[in-house]
Every structure is written in C-alpha cells, then in structure tokens.
Design a protein around this ligand. Structure first.
Ligand code: BTN
Length: 246
C-alpha cells in the first residue's frame, strides 16, 4: 500500500465522504482522512453519527484491495476491524472493550465506537473500500444528546479519566491498516477467535433487525467466514451476514 497519507481537516461533513472524493482523485490505498469535527457524520443504516468537536476520533481509511478480493469476500472486513480496534484500544487505554455483532465496540454495556464500511464496486470487482471509524474518547455524559445518553459511552466514562487523542489515533490507524492488509491476504480466519474471545453477542437471546422486519432467536456461533449463526424460536437455523441487533 506504500506510505499511508494522513489528510487532516478541522471540519468536514463526513470523513467517509471526503475519503470517497480522494479515492476518485486517485489517492493511494492507506490514505487516512482525520477530522476534528464532522457536521454530518454517517452511521449505519442511514443514521447520523454524533461527532462532537474535540472529544472523539473520527477517521476513514481508504483501501485498495487486490483484484482477487470480490465484493462478497469483503463482507467480514468490518468484523475484523472491530476485533482489531477493540484489542488496540484496550491495550492503549486499559479499558476492556467488547464487540457486539456486527460493528459496535462497547465498554460497560455502552457503545464507545462504531465502524461504517462502504465500497465502490461492480458485482465482480472492488474499486475501493472506505472503512470509517468513530471512537468516543473524552465525552462526558452531558456531551451526548439526551436521546443517546442511556446507550452511548466513551473511553473517559469507562476509565474515569481523559485520554490524549493523537497517540491513540496513530496506534489505531496502524493496527487497523495492518489488519486490513492481513484480511486481504487471509480473509477473516486470523480474526475469528479474537472476535469470539471478546464478543458479547454469542450465547444470548437477540433480536436482529433486517430490511422488512426482525428475527428473534439465540446467537449460537460465528462462522470462520464471519456469518452469525442464529437459531430462531421455531428451531430453524439462520446464517446472517448483516443486520442490526437490539
Ligand atoms: C455506526 O455504528 O453506525 C457506524 C458509525 C461510524 C462513524 C464513523 S466517524 C468516521 C467515519 N465518517 C463517517 O461519516 N462515519 C464514520
């Protein structure tokens, strides 16, 4: 991937959107867009992502995978990045982080970070991938809008003190970029056990929201290719690649 560029902006609408623009301009794989503030941070399923200025880390990695990786093969990249980022954050801060399928990082039952993976692709060929990572670092409870206060957390809330963000960013950028390269070479297999070791999804009753409805059941296992195995209330098994848990 060469030497990764870091493109820093004080304010952007969304680092993912800026990364898409840079991809169109030919920036190389490894380019990282970092912003102090996002005015229209994007979350999964068309939701917005609260990105208060000066408190978190909001960045996007531009990835140019090898031609051998087809769109379906990228399905578990988000899980690989989630497991890697959780491990790196725990190592850097001492805060135990857990992964909740498919893309949440949680501490003390509250969401501390999320990952939004987007790509430009044709059915058989990926042009590029953007992995957007949002980490709540130094927010106090009052920094979150009232509707998020019950569910959102930060590293500061979990640890009881604040953190210096630049070293955290540099560590996270390196470990997640390295993880993406490993994923491009070997798929999800090297991340499978790590994800299972720190997950808070398996063995629990879950409600999975999918387009057009939801499914209640028990999360049984995670396949080596990243699919969630769920047994519904009638005993039927489902292999899920995407969705949203309650
Ligand atoms: C989610 O959990 O819904 C995913 C949230 C992803 C947020 C990050 S912040 C940096 C990057 N830029 C965006 O607009 N979104 C991602």
């Amino acid at each position: 991937m060469g030497t990764p560029n870091i493109v820093y902006r004080d304010v952007v609408d969304s680092t993912n959107r800026v990364a898409h623009c840079l991809a169109g301009q030919g920036y190389p794989g490894g380019t990282t867009v970092l912003a102090e503030m996002q005015t229209a941070g994007r979350g999964r399923h068309g939701r917005s992502w609260n990105s208060s200025p000066g408190k978190g880390l909001w960045f996007s990695l531009l990835l140019r995978p090898p031609r051998t990786l087809v769109p379906a093969g990228a399905a578990a990249l988000t899980l690989a990045v989630a497991a890697t980022a959780a491990g790196a954050l725990t190592a850097e801060t001492g805060v135990p982080l857990h992964v909740k399928w498919p893309n949440d990082l949680q501490a003390d039952g509250r969401k501390v970070a999320g990952i939004l993976t987007e790509m430009k692709a044709e059915p058989d060929r990926i042009d590029y991938i953007i992995v957007g990572i949002g980490i709540n670092v130094n927010q106090a409870r009052a920094d979150f809008p009232p509707e998020l206060r019950d569910r959102a957390g930060s590293l500061r809330l979990a640890a009881g003190h604040s953190f210096d963000r630049p070293p955290l960013f540099l560590a996270l950028r390196k470990t997640t970029l390295d993880a993406c390269l490993l994923y491009f070479e070997q798929g999800f297999v090297p991340f499978h056990q790590t994800w299972k070791d720190i997950n808070i999804t398996l063995g629990r009753p879950v409600r999975v929201f999918r387009p057009g409805g939801y499914l209640d059941g028990t999360a049984l296992d995670l396949d080596p290719d990243g699919a969630l195995l769920l047994r519904d209330r009638r005993g039927r098994l489902h292999r899920l690649r995407s969705g949203e848990l309650d």
